[in-house]
Design a protein around this ligand. Structure first.
Ligand code: ADP
Length: 254
């Protein structure tokens, strides 16, 4: 049986200055190796869920278990990849990617050797001495993902990592991410605004209800693995997409 790696049990949360809860009695259970996307209109609490998982915020009520443990400082237990790559512009690819290993106390030379061994697998061979400013958007996100993998965590939180990329690069990166996810056997939680992206990547999608509603709706994606982009044109997926878009529309107040 699959192991649960992330659990929200009856989690309620409000920001200190505002007593209105953003999340109200939320239950979430994520199994080892799952790919789960979170979609919802702006302001529905997607980033707040990530802030709670990393421990940047603590629940007002309820518990969060990461790998079965209920600890306040969860930052080291999960890998986080933000929307913007946040690479340090003055550090080379090699220096940027080896940062999480150096932070863990691994000697610089050893950290860099480990990164060099992985450059090929990340499509970055020969780029080790480049500065981020000389890389394409897709390459920068691959460095950022490599850095997230090197955090060593089994759970990766990806916050709209492809939203700044052009449409074609974005599709290529989605396929690439699925290959990496399968290869590294990580559990991924992925925030996106893009319903197609969520359908293509995920085992399950969590649809965030309007703030303060008690439930997060969950949709299972009826597609096997590996997937092809053309799977998105299957009749059942097109119907599911329409349903999700309708749901999201009904939650946006104009
Ligand atoms: P999303 O990621 O879905 O756009 P957020 O989680 O960023 O949504 O925000 C959810 C709600 O919480 C919004 O109404 C937002 O204004 C509010 N919020 C977000 N961050 C803070 C904060 N640091 N302090 C107070 N309110 C916040």
């Amino acid at each position: 049986m699959n192991k649960s790696v992330l659990e929200f049990n009856k989690v309620t949360f409000h920001y200190r200055q505002n007593p209105e809860p953003i999340l109200n009695q939320i239950h979430l259970h994520i199994q080892e190796g799952e790919f789960v996307s979170i979609i919802g209109p702006s302001g529905s609490g997607k980033s707040t869920i990530f802030r709670l998982i990393t421990g940047l915020e603590q629940p007002s009520e309820g518990t969060i278990l990461v790998n079965g443990e209920n600890i306040d400082n969860r930052l080291g237990s999960v890998g986080y990849m933000p929307q913007q790559d946040l690479l340090m512009p003055w550090r080379t690819v090699l220096e940027n990617a080896s940062l999480p290993l150096e932070i863990k106390g691994i000697r610089k030379e050893e950290a860099q050797t480990r990164v060099i061994e992985l450059l090929d697998a990340f499509g970055l061979q020969g780029q080790e001495n480049e500065l981020p400013g000389n890389l394409s958007g897709g390459m920068k996100q691959r460095v950022s993902f490599l850095r997230t993998i090197l955090s060593g965590s089994n759970i990766l939180l990806l916050d709209e990592p492809f939203s700044a990329l052009d449409a074609i690069t974005r599709l290529t990166m989605q396929e690439w991410l699925l290959e990496q996810w399968q290869k590294w056997k990580k559990t991924i939680l992925f925030i996106t605004h893009d319903v197609d992206e969520a359908l293509f990547l995920s085992d399950r999608i969590f649809v965030l209800q309007q703030v303060t509603e008690a439930s997060i709706q969950e949709v299972k994606i009826p597609l096997g693995r590996p997937r092809k982009l053309r799977d998105l044109s299957k009749a059942e997926i097109v119907m599911l997409k329409e349903q999700l878009i309708d749901q999201l529309r009904s939650k946006v107040s104009i």
